[in-house]
Design a protein around this ligand. Structure first.
Ligand SMILES: O=C(O)c1cc(=O)[nH]c(=O)n1[C@@H]1O[C@H](COP(=O)(O)O)[C@@H](O)[C@H]1O
Length: 281
């Protein structure tokens, strides 16, 4: 398969050129209503197109949340396909937030769906769940290496319920979140300028100094805005790993729509706060 330059290298360059902000495309029914759109496929299409047109030529990463498209069945998926292609054509990297995870043979099909260059949903990276065992993700790791794409593995999620699984301590004394970070560090060893296998680590989690976040890969950090974290929290949460953090904001930006200028201004405010916080480290 002809492949792209590795995702980690493409992401590092995009972050250097455009800043680290990742804007989520999360067409909640409540946001469609706030934007004066119907909760139907036409509303979904208009919402997603507006965000892509406003953002894809300026932010490093766009992260469509697949659930809000799947809600409308095959016609919703068709909107998702178009949005991904438009966003990539305009220069944004697309992280598909589908949080897939299954036994290896099924995981291979999920990987083909999102990370094979000939798939209609081909994206630059995919969020995946390692809770069937990290090794169950190996078909996705292999295809990502082949196609120049990446993964974001749920390690320490932003939601308060995540701790029951992720903070559980193994017989060797390490907890599950730390174990996932360890797998990713091994995956990214020796890669320059940045590995392609990232972790999802919530910006809401407070002091994470007991974790080794230096995985030589990107750290997708949701939780800024609607979930209560701020850009100013990032250095305290991530320490020296903050330069590899890709902070995600969805509702915090999207609530400023549907006007494209106001969406851009909101994203620029978050981007500026992130630059100020990360630059100060
Ligand atoms: O993988 C994710 O993106 C994710 C992981 C996590 O731990 N927490 C989390 O909120 N997310 C996603 O990030 C987005 C956050 O949206 P807002 O809270 O509106 O900014 C949603 O699409 C979530 O599904």
């Amino acid at each position: 398969m002809s492949s792209l330059e590795p995702f980690g290298a493409r992401l590092r360059r995009a972050m250097d050129e455009r800043g680290a902000l990742c804007v989520g495309i999360d067409p909640h029914a409540s946001l469609l209503a706030e934007w004066g759109l119907n909760d139907d496929v036409a509303g979904l299409e208009r919402f997603s197109r507006t965000v892509v047109e406003a953002m894809a030529d300026r932010v490093a990463v766009l992260k469509p949340q697949s659930a809000f498209f799947e809600r409308f069945g095959s016609r919703g998926i068709a909107v998702l396909e178009k949005s991904v292609a438009q966003a990539r054509a305009a220069g944004a990297l697309v992280v598909m937030d589908a949080k897939r995870g299954d036994i290896g043979s099924t995981m291979a099909a999920y990987a083909e769906t999102f990370l094979h260059k000939d798939s209609p949903l081909f994206s630059d990276a995919l969020t995946v769940s390692p809770y069937l065992g990290y090794g169950s993700l190996s078909p996705a790791v292999a295809l990502a290496r082949e196609s120049g794409t990446g993964l974001f593995v749920l390690a320490l999620t932003s939601n308060p319920e995540g701790g029951e699984v992720q903070h559980a301590v193994r017989t060797d004394g390490r907890n599950i979140g730390a174990t996932m970070l360890g797998h990713l560090a091994a995956e990214n060893a020796g890669e320059e300028p940045l590995g392609s296998f990232g972790a999802v680590v919530g910006a809401t989690l407070g002091d994470l100094s007991s974790y080794d976040l230096d995985i030589n890969g990107p750290l997708l950090a949701p939780g800024i805005g609607a979930q209560g974290a701020t850009a100013a929290d990032l250095p305290a949460v991530f320490g020296s790993a903050v330069r590899n953090v890709v902070p995600n904001v969805s509702r915090g930006v999207l609530r400023h729509g549907p006007d494209a200028g106001r969406l851009r201004a909101a994203a620029e405010r978050f981007a500026e706060e992130i630059r100020a916080a990360v630059g100060a480290v």
